[in-house]
Design a protein around this ligand. Structure first.
Ligand code: MGD
Ligand code: MGD
Ligand code: MO
Length: 774
């Protein structure tokens, strides 16, 4: 597995031959080439399965084979022929496995049997499904309160699985639903819900075809949403402005060669994916938007005085919004000095952004983790909303707000009620339909779940997918918190580090993946998912399950529920015999799913609808709400500086091109020119010199926080990179030990993964962390 380590500059376009080569390599290297090719051809097709990669949606008219390089990697990774079976676990103790890298662990193949941890031998041993379910039930029923259990969800779970899960957990008696969304788009959900009355994006695929300007903010679609590059390129081609706000030069946001267009490939042509590119400070986006609003206000006043064309959409503002005056007062109060200082941009750059915005009739704002993983993310997203409201860019074709979602069904899971702060209408509907008293108090999010386990207030952890131990902050502390549990349970497809961070009792429950055929009592079943555009569609697995012992996620959850609660509040076996029954329950309790089973048969699925996109505002005032927040007084947290320490740099943690969150498909980051390794930290050349180092030096990264705990990761090579001064970037999850558990977003509890105050220290090689070195 050792690959050549190399750092070099990448000058080609995103996509293109490199993508094709990577797809071919991933396909041929998958040990299952022909089977998987058939599977890949079914990706995102009607009657096929939903790509287990990202949540990007499809053009309803697009008849092409819709998979991308990273979707192909996701499919091949799941459809490997390698197996992690009882023999594998007999060979390797848990302590031995814990010494392996994350890459090695997942590479070993698909989990094949339910396994129970045997502390006396330090090995996982096979266990029957019924014994596993009974063990979970025994632990759950022994708790003093249902709130002593944490029920985690990663965003790959289908609607059907998520719905059964939340029903079971609420019938058990708690709203403890930490989920990956807490670490992801939580700020978008809160920021949008308060202002436009719905915590989701208002844009559909078609809008991208009609926008005059598309802003891509804090997002790297070339790697994380590759199917987005084609619509961006098409937008540039028809003369729309595609404007990027990103401190890094991301290749996918500059040029793209569509590997699915043979002529372009043969001519070796490539096309730009953006028309303007700005590099703000980390966390500086709110100041950028505030500056844009300040220009718009100035121009509006000038136009008014001179009798020119108004800049604001007064009709929209009057009819649909609330709070304009307070907002404009806040804009006026914000000084240009603070705007420029915090944004990291020059005043004329902000002016040209405002100019582009003003002269586009229809504007879409897209964003991802660069906006959501900051301390002040909610108000930043609300500033995006403010801008859009000023010119009526919500609820009309070709315009809107588009938080681009991560996991393929993370949006659907929330719709199904995976939510530690469930809305009253959902609880009321569940209570009415199932006739039990649902828990009303808020449950734990991901950070609070860790805190509860740390303090032994929570004793059972159940994970529906994901890799909680690695995706979360403050790694050593989080691991200890999980070890404090009486029982840890992971429903998973592949071995990962979370399975090795065991409670006193621990189970691994292997499940079918999205690509596999799911047969229940009434025959083969499909599941449904919701993409980032609120399109709901069916997904049918195509491949024979990798092991006869695998069960589907709904079947595993039904097994746990039945063992714990008996046939309360439903007959669980009845529900999973035919998933259309679960969809009926969804229809009866979740708004928007009328005639679910019929409508989902429609090719391409159906649009769930979005009130804000229809200009219906489910807010307290009944209107879309302007938010008059001030810019943060300072970006660096006072808990960082309280000890008088000033950071060398602010670090953001991001994804390489060869990873899916904590899953590493390989060790290359092609577009950033890094090959065969991940132990690098990107810093501006001048900054490296200023700090007394040279590119190529090895350093340790130490983060600052007032608790004085030393948080350090070791042996990272400094790579000179074209990026603003004062910043650093390195890969997640290796850098998660640097994020203090208490460093989270205001009201979101999202770890500040894009803003970590660090110092560089000369490397101490002995301290290289075994779990993350490759
Ligand atoms: N292949 C692949 N696809 C994926 C994933 C994956 O890991 N691999 N993960 C999925 C998931 S769960 C998610 S949430 C999405 C994540 O998708 P992204 O949000 O694109 O993922 P990140 O790698 O975190 O990239 C964040 C981007 O924001 C920029 N950025 C960081 N801080 C700031 C800031 O303060 N301001 C601005 N303007 N920009 C900033 C970074 O330079 C980087 O380009 O992708 C999904 N799709
Ligand atoms: N520092 C830092 N930390 C971050 C982030 C960051 O940008 N920086 N990003 C955050 C974000 S946006 C997210 S979404 C979280 C992700 O957090 P998670 O969703 O918890 O992590 P993943 O790495 O996506 O989970 C991978 C595991 O899921 C399991 N799996 C894969 N497919 C399936 C399936 O079909 N069913 C089941 N049951 N299991 C399956 C496999 O065992 C695999 O090992 O991480 C967050 N953490
Ligand atoms: Mo995510």
């Amino acid at each position: 597995m050792k690959q050549k380590e190399q750092i070099e500059q990448y000058s080609g376009p995103a996509g293109g031959w490199g993508a094709l080569k990577a797809v071919t390599k991933s396909w041929l290297g998958s040990d299952n080439a022909f089977r998987n090719l058939r599977a890949m051809l079914k990706t995102n097709q009607n009657g096929g399965f939903d790509c287990p990669g990202c949540a990007w949606g499809e053009s309803p008219e697009n008849g092409m084979v819709n998979f991308c390089e990273n979707g192909a990697k996701a499919v091949n990774w799941e459809a490997t022929s390698r197996l992690v079976d009882p023999e594998f676990f007999a060979q390797h103790s848990v302590s031995e496995l814990a010494k392996q890298t994350d890459y090695w662990l997942e590479y070993q193949g698909r989990l094949s049997h339910p396994m129970r941890y045997d502390a006396s031998s330090d090995h996982y041993v096979a266990i029957s499904w019924q014994e596993a379910f009974d063990l979970v039930a025994k632990h759950l029923n022994a708790l003093q309160s249902p709130d002593e259990a944490e029920f985690y969800t990663s965003g790959r779970a289908s609607n059907e699985a998520a719905y059964l899960y939340q029903l079971f957990v609420r019938a058990f008696g708690t709203n403890n639903f930490p989920d990956c969304s807490n670490m992801c788009h939580e700020a978008s959900a809160i920021g949008l819900f308060e202002t436009i009355g719905v915590g989701k994006g208002t844009v559909v695929f078609k809008d991208l075809e009609h926008a005059d300007a598309i802003f891509i903010i804090g997002q790297n679609p070339g790697t994380n949403h590759p199917r987005m590059l084609e619509p961006l390129r098409a937008a540039v081609k028809r003369g729309a402005q595609v404007v990027c706000l990103n401190p890094l030069k991301e290749r996918g946001l500059e040029r793209f060669q569509n590997p699915q267009l043979p002529i372009e490939m043969l001519r070796n042509g490539s096309k730009p994916t953006s028309s303007a590119y700005y590099h703000p400070a980390l966390g500086g986006d709110m100041a950028v938007f505030r500056g844009m609003a300040k220009f718009l206000l100035q121009w509006e006043r000038e136009a008014h005085a001179q009798g020119g064309e108004p800049v604001f959409d007064h009709e929209f503002i009057r009819q649909h919004t609330n709070g304009l005056d307070a907002y404009l007062a806040a804009v006026e109060q914000t000084s240009w000095l603070q705007i420029v200082e915090q944004s990291g941009l020059q005043l004329d750059e902000i002016e040209s952004l405002a100019h582009i915005y003003r002269h586009a009739d229809r504007v879409i704002m897209c964003w991802a983790m660069g906006l959501t993983q900051h301390r002040h993310s909610v108000v930043t997203i609300q500033e995006v909303v403010n801008l859009q409201l000023l010119r009526g860019n919500v609820g009309k074709p070709g315009a809107g707000l588009s938080p681009v979602r991560g996991h393929s069904n993370v949006q659907g899971d929330r719709t199904m009620g995976i939510n530690e702060k469930p809305p009253a209408f959902l609880l009321d509907a569940l209570e009415k339909r199932f006739q039990f008293k649902v828990p009303r108090s808020h449950g734990h999010n991901a950070v609070q779940a860790i805190q509860a386990m740390e303090e032994k207030r929570a004793k059972v952890f159940i994970g529906l997918g994901g890799n909680f131990a690695q995706a979360t902050p403050d790694t050593p502390r989080t691991h200890q918190a999980m070890r404090n549990c009486e029982l840890t349970v992971h429903i998973a497809t592949k071995l990962n580090r979370s399975h090795l961070v065991t409670g006193r009792d621990a189970l691994i429950l292997p499940c079918l993946g999205r690509t596999e055929i799911d047969v229940q009592a009434h025959g083969p079943q499909g599941v449904t998912v919701e993409d980032t555009f609120s399109m709901v569609h069916l997904s049918y697995g195509q491949l024979k399950p990798r092991s006869p012992h695998l069960r589907s996620e709904p079947a595993i959850l039904a097994g746990i529920a039945k063992a714990t609660l008996g046939n309360f509040p439903i007959d669980w076996d009845w529900a999973i015999a035919d998933y259309s029954r679960i969809r009926d329950l969804i229809e009866q309790t979740i708004p928007g799913f009328k005639d679910f089973n019929q409508r989902v048969q429609h090719p391409g699925g159906f649009y769930l609808g979005n009130a804000a996109a229809r200009c219906e505002w489910n807010t307290a005032s009944g209107k879309a709400q302007f938010s008059p927040s001030a810019l943060p007084a300072q970006l660096v947290n006072e808990h960082v500086t309280s000890r008088g320490d000033n950071p060398d740099l602010i670090l953001q943690t991001l994804r390489s091109h060869d990873q899916y969150n904590t899953t590493l498909y390989g060790l290359n980051d092609r577009y950033r020119g890094v090959f065969g390794r991940r132990d690098v930290v990107f810093v501006n050349q001048e900054e490296i010199r200023r700090l007394g180092y040279q590119a190529g030096d090895k350093v340790d990264l130490v983060s600052l926080w007032e608790d004085g705990v030393e948080r350090r990761v070791s042996g990272f090579e400094l790579v000179a990179y074209d990026m603003p001064a004062g910043q650093a970037a390195a890969y997640y999850p290796e850098t998660n030990p640097l994020v203090p558990l208490e460093s989270y977003g205001e009201r979101t509890f999202t770890p500040t993964s894009k803003f970590i105050a660090i110092k560089l220290k000369k490397a101490q090689p002995s301290e290289v962390i075994a779990t993350t070195a490759v």
